[in-house]
Design a protein around this ligand. Sequence first.
Ligand SMILES: [Zn+2]
Length: 114
Amino acid sequence: MNTFIYAAQKKAKTKARRPASSVEVRESGVHGRGVYATKAIAKGTRIIEYTGKRMVEEEDERIFIYALRKVQPGEELFYDYAMELDEPITKELEKEHACHCGSSNCRGTMLAIK
Ligand SMILES: [Zn+2]
């Protein structure tokens, strides 16, 4: 294993265990589990993706998520997946990957649409 990656992962684990973490995972009204802010998060703060285990395994990389705006305590955090498919995006596929985040600028789908 690359030393740099090992050091980064070790650091992330230490950070995740800290009780003062700014996010927690709990039941979500939108989907199975959601990530919620436990305290205010300033715009631009780096938030580590804890739930992207599958993506991390596939890409063998860490994924960083940054706060695009100030987040209030108790707010659920949403991540724009902007998924790309190897097939033309139809209305059916858009519906299958529907997004229910409730954001005013939501595309209505988790797929990347040009
Ligand atoms: Zn959305």
